[in-house]
Design a protein around this ligand. Structure first.
Ligand code: HEC
Length: 601
């Protein structure tokens, strides 16, 4: 039987949704299998416009779904997706204006094991590789060095290649920053080829097909979520981080195109505004003087990386290749640029209660501070792990100066020094500034007045983007250790929780954020196309699957209604399903929605 879409849009009389404005239509329906049984947890996605806006809802236990009012230019495209079933696609869905419409769908079971395996998120494939690496340190290194730009195990990364071609790819990855030790590097080509060969991978991936939980069912609470995605930028963009503005708009930074983008999600389909970040006379690759190996079509001279909103509504960015902090006033559209006095690659920034900006400086191992009142920029050298590391760090500015002025030839690939890499930053309620050193598995605190530094080893690897909750507890994702941890600055005790992603040990949480109104922790399911929610009160996780394959997330923010925002910033973008970067909003409890939406229901 062919999959089909039944009951094309029967209009319900009298269900006018005028409160949401003309043309807003709620679509409801049921998803069943060929024998008529309801299929719960199906992702039903409606998309429209160019660039696209995609609205996804999930079916309940009776297979029912209901979209929020769909606003904007018809027609819509429909995609219905549930693992172990074939996708249903339909173009030209024309909801009757001002009405509630019904649209039922019948799903056909997927029986081809290769197709079932292809439906699984990248982490399932990558875990087959990790299982074959018996040295724990090597396994950790592979995860930490290879899974921070793009997912490993996704369709394009698991293609078979000749040894020579793999060596070329690995050399390219190393020049971009994905450096791994020589032994592991030598083993990777045959390891990847053997493990990802469909002849071995597919049977391994579908071995437990008949067991419950083979594909975890979204919990009832997750099935109530409304997930919206807006395409942002151009195909060659990379929307690294997002932040919500007090006016309700969403801003994101395009690191590869030197742009700051505003999305007004209240306009049908999303209204986008693009602002060019000033480049001065910096060359492509900024301070690296062309040394940064960038993806084709990248146009990054200053490379905006992260952004935060100041209490006065101005927007502050780290310019990673520009070695600057930039401020943008959305009212006057004016920029102010503050160059660093020293240090390379400003990274993540946070405000303290006095309005000063603290930021990590990733490559050169500094922490920086910009005092907006005086314009003073200070950079503080953080402890290295060894003398040789310290020497290498101190040689970096000279190296990049030389790189700009002298032809050095090809950089050596793969034998690079492992640097500490200060990463996440957050300010504690007592004003202390905390940061992580990703490769050194430690965190630190700097006293904002005395600048005294206190370093603490983490009992896990890969501490990445950390955040405080309302009570001053520090939450840390372990990128290469598949966990989140809570650190109590008073007792200095760590407590940790393994992530629920299957298979165990395969998640790579890049960032987390704590909604300080509830102290609920949201975590990037970076390797598995998901967002994870952790409630510290009950110590339980909830997994929300995201609709786009290869959704690689790096930052989380919340709007006034507690909705969760993130972006799909897989680098390169062309590996993402649809090959276009997106910003994502999750309304995980639309029942407690805004008065406007409640009135419309
Ligand atoms: C600094 C970011 C970064 C890191 C780290 C990184 N990659 Fe990549 N990777 C990329 C980019 C960008 C591309 C696309 C390159 C292009 O289109 O030229 C890519 C492409 C690939 C591809 C597909 C190549 C193709 O031709 O289709 C594979 C496979 C891959 N990476 C594997 C790895 C492995 C293995 C590691 C760890 C050693 C790694 N990557 C680390 C950025 C990265």
């Amino acid at each position: 039987m062919r999959p089909h879409v039944a009951l094309a849009l029967v209009a319900f009389a009298g269900a006018s949704l005028a409160a949401e404005g003309a043309g807003a239509t709620q679509i409801t329906g049921r998803v069943r299998d060929a024998s008529g049984r309801p299929v719960a947890g199906t992702m039903v996605s409606f998309s429209h416009g160019s660039p696209r806006h995609v609205v996804t809802v999930l079916t309940d236990e009776a297979g029912r779904y209901r979209t929020p009012p769909l606003d904007g230019p018809s027609p819509w495209s429909l995609r219905v997706r549930k693992p172990l079933f074939r996708d249903v696609q339909r173009e030209g869905v024309m909801p009757a204006a001002q009405e509630q419409s019904a649209l039922d769908v019948t799903l056909e079971r997927e029986t081809d094991p290769a197709e079932i395996a292809a439906q699984l998120p990248a982490n399932r494939w990558f875990s087959l590789v990790l299982e074959r690496i018996h040295d724990e340190a090597e396994r950790e290194e592979l995860v930490r060095q290879c899974a921070y730009c793009h997912q490993q195990g996704s369709r394009y990364t698991r293609l078979p290649r000749t040894e020579e071609n793999w060596q070329k790819v690995l050399a390219l990855m190393a020049r971009m920053g994905g450096m791994i030790g020589p032994e592991l590097r030598a083993a990777l080509p045959s390891l990847f080829n053997e493990t990802y060969d469909p002849k071995t991978a597919v049977p391994a991936l579908v071995a437990r097909l008949d067991e419950p939980g083979f594909v975890p069912e979204p919990a009832p609470e997750a099935r109530r979520a409304v997930i919206e995605e807006w395409e942002m930028g151009i195909a060659a963009s990379m929307q690294h981080d997002v932040a919500v503005h007090p006016d309700g708009s969403l801003w994101s930074v395009d690191q590869l195109q030197d742009r700051l983008t505003r999305l007004d999600p209240s306009v049908a389909g999303g209204a986008r505004e693009v602002y060019e970040v000033p480049r001065g006379d910096l060359p492509l690759g900024g301070f690296t003087g062309g040394r940064a190996v960038l993806p084709p079509n990248a146009n990054a001279h200053v490379g905006p990386h992260s952004l935060q909103m100041a209490p006065d509504g101005t927007i502050w960015l780290t310019l990673s290749f520009g070695n600057q902090i930039a401020g943008f006033d959305p009212k006057t559209k004016q920029w102010e640029i503050h160059p660093l006095d020293e240090g390379l690659y400003p990274h993540t920034l946070r405000f303290d209660s006095r309005g000063r900006i603290w930021f990590s400086v990733a490559v050169s191992n500094h922490l920086g501070m910009l005092d907006r009142k005086t314009g003073e920029v200070k950079t503080i050298r953080l402890p290295a792990a060894s003398w040789s590391q310290e020497l290498a760090l101190r040689a970096l500015p000279a190296f990049f100066w030389l790189a700009r002025h002298v032809e050095l030839g090809e950089l050596p690939a793969g034998e690079g020094m492992s640097l500490p890499v200060p990463y996440g930053v957050d300010v504690a309620p007592d004003g202390g500034v905390w940061f992580s050193q990703l490769n050194q598995h430690r965190i630190g605190r700097i006293d904002p007045e005395t600048l005294e530094i206190d370093m603490i080893d983490t009992p896990f690897t890969g501490p990445r983007r950390l955040r405080f909750d309302s009570k001053g507890q520090l939450w840390i994702p372990g990128f290469s250790s598949d966990l989140i941890a809570r650190f109590d600055p008073k007792t200095r005790a760590f407590e940790s929780w393994r992530l629920p992603t299957v298979p165990a040990g395969s998640e790579t949480p890049y960032a987390l954020n704590v909604d300080r109104r509830t102290d609920i922790v949201w975590i990037c399911g970076t390797g598995s196309d998901s967002l994870l929610r952790f409630d510290p009160a009950t110590q339980t996780f909830l997994t929300l699957p995201l609709p786009t394959r290869v959704t690689f997330t790096r930052e989380i923010d919340f709007d006034d209604e507690g909705r969760v925002w993130t972006s799909n910033s897989n680098l390169p973008t062309w590996q993402v399903e649809g090959a276009y970067p997106r910003v994502i909003r999750v309304d995980w409890k639309p029942d407690a929605a805004s008065p406007a939406r409640a009135a419309a229901q």
